[in-house]
Ligand binder design. Structure first.
Ligand code: HEM
Length: 534
């Protein structure tokens, strides 16, 4: 017994020494200067100098003066802005145990959306979500979904051929269709899909109600949420009840669809059907309610991501202007713009496709290695207009010191992807659209896969391999069938919807079939021939 007592005492003394040491390190850390940044004013911080709908431009301008690591405040939120790949890699990748949290948003929780992967704090629950994504979305596993991705891309090209006027609608259903089929093995209805509707309603309600001002006030005084809905200014609590109902539907409806399909023996392979079977939840889901919840929430996040709900929520925390658009669609729209503005580059891509694929079928993934120019072009689209110009902010879980600066616990960490895309040393003349920058002297693709456009560290986009295949399938198929041209008449200025994501506002664009003999019937037979080669 005395020995055990001594051991306990020794252990206790050790713990106390460690705590003292840590607190001393913290104290000495906090005596270091914060990273430089523009002067701020009480409560508002740097809001005055910040362009509210293009914060990345303000951050990039400030970075010229204050450097690649910068400390700013936006209303009550402290923000560390990282404007170089070097620092983002040092901190968000190499010290990811400190830099992988997210800001907690009381208002998002009230609307029932705090359970989405992108909102949950760094910790055991988030790890379970990521494990599920990893099983389905990691590079090798994602390969098995390629046939269905390509089929959806071909379907979209058919829709463009038949009804080019409504091209935006075809594009919008494409990304959702890809994700829904991979995540749930579910084919969305062309119109009025109940699951898509539930997601859209919850997103619309959050974006309408959770204004930046309201988010900021609730972040400072979260106890306001305890007030009744009849209290002046609190009527949004009534909306939150309705929103929670739709959010629950968004989580439950597709999950129940998969369970029913499994019970009937008709379930297609998907993230959710795999997980239900792996964790043996098809017979008795009460055996592991926590895992049931993890599967529902992580899968709903992946599909909400295709409506950009994920980033919309994160955006609110920084009180910026919201744009709810989808990443894959926005990237394809950027591709259309780049092709309209650079016909000579489009002609080079056409020539490569004609040489490798010919005109008797459409491109398939097996052709990809022989089509480096198409890949270079897609990388350049992602670099030229990074559609998440400030990523999705991370947060620190503890104090840190970097290159002599003190970085406090709990700050938002923004990776300024826009500045990274404009790094003249790596990307000379960054405003010029030039796929050749990704082709080496040997004619092969360089090592730069523009991975930074999917974020950094442990929070890096888990859907990146799916997104990459969705982009390749769509872009290679478009180029095989169409020439993308400016409309006749005076040139239209492209306008952009800004927010945490950027997305071109609707613009006119001509999709001209590249061959005279291509019509909807011929295209159908080309598609059948191409699918026959899988
Ligand atoms: C071109 C398409 C896409 C782009 C540019 C993109 C970009 C991003 C970025 C920048 C982040 C934040 C990473 C960070 O915190 O450092 C992110 C997070 C995320 N993305 Fe994507 N994404 C795309 C498509 C997708 C798709 C198709 C899915 C689902 C299948 C997806 C699922 C997610 C999820 C779940 C997160 C949150 C991860 C977490 O918080 O742990 N993304 N994405």
């Amino acid at each position: 017994m005395p020995i055990a007592f001594d051991a306990n005492l020794g252990g206790l003394a050790g713990v106390i020494c460690l705590a003292l040491l840590v607190s001393r390190i913290r104290k000495s850390a906090s005596s270091l200067p914060l990273p430089p940044g523009p002067p701020s004013i009480p409560f508002l911080g740097n809001v005055i100098g910040l362009k509210p709908d293009t914060v990345w431009l303000s951050y990039t301008e400030w970075a010229v003066k204050y450097g690649e690591i910068m400390y700013t405040t936006t209303l009550n939120q402290r923000v560390l802005v990282i404007s170089s790949e070097r620092v983002a890699t040092d901190l968000m990748d190499k010290r990811s145990n400190i830099y992988s949290d997210r800001l907690q948003m009381a208002l998002v929780d009230v609307f029932g959306l705090g359970v989405l992967t992108s909102s949950i704090p760094y910790g055991p629950l988030w790890r379970k979500h990521r494990r599920l994504y990893h099983q389905v979305f990691q590079e090798r596993s994602a390969l098995r979904y390629r046939p269905q991705q390509l089929q959806k891309a071909y379907n979209m090209v058919e829709q463009f051929m038949e009804d080019p006027e409504h091209y935006l609608e075809h594009l919008q259903s494409y990304a959702a269709a890809v994700v829904m089929s991979i995540v749930y093995g579910y084919d969305i209805y062309p119109i009025n899909d109940p699951i898509i509707n539930a997601a859209k309603i919850s997103i619309d309600m959050v974006t309408k109600v959770a204004t930046p001002e309201k988010s900021a006030i609730i972040a400072v005084f979260p106890s306001l949420l305890k007030l009744p809905a009849w209290f002046p200014g609190m009527s949004f609590l009534n909306d939150s009840i309705i929103c929670r109902k739709y959010a629950d539907e968004m989580f439950d409806l597709p999950y129940e669809y998969v369970k029913k399909s499994l019970a009937e023996g008709v379930a297609k392979p998907s993230m959710v059907s795999d997980a239900i079977q792996r964790y043996k939840l098809d017979s008795d889901e009460t055996s592991d309610p926590e895992m049931t919840q993890v599967i529902k929430c992580s899968s709903a996040t992946a599909f909400a991501e295709s409506f950009h709900l994920v980033k919309a929520c994160a955006l609110k925390s920084l009180s910026l202007f919201l744009a709810a658009s989808d990443t894959t669609n926005a990237t394809i729209l950027v591709f259309f713009i780049a092709m309209m503005q650079n016909p000579e580059i489009q002609a080079r891509a056409h020539a490569e496709l004609d040489r490798v694929v010919g005109d008797k079928r459409l491109p398939v993934f097996e052709d990809r290695a022989a089509l480096p120019y198409i890949d270079a072009l897609i990388r350049e689209v992602r670099r030229w207009r990074p559609i998440t110009p400030i990523g999705v902010p991370h947060a620190t879980v503890e104090d840190d010191v970097y290159e002599g600066y003190y970085i406090p616990k709990g700050v938002a960490v923004v990776s300024n992807l826009w500045a990274i895309s404009r790094n003249e040393a790596k990307y000379p003349s960054p405003e010029t659209f030039r796929p050749e920058r990704f082709i080496g002297p040997d004619g092969e693709l360089t090592d730069d896969t523009v991975q930074w456009s999917f974020g950094f560290g442990r929070r890096i986009c888990p859907g990146r391999h799916i997104a990459d295949a969705a982009l390749w399938g769509a872009i290679a198929s478009f180029l095989a069938v169409f020439r993308i041209e400016k409309p006749d008449g005076p040139e239209e200025e492209i306008k952009w919807k800004h927010g945490l994501t950027i997305c071109p506002l609707p613009f006119k664009c001509k999709f001209v079939p590249r061959r005279d003999d291509i019509n909807p019937t011929k295209l159908k037979s080309l598609i059948e021939l191409s699918m026959g080669s899988w």
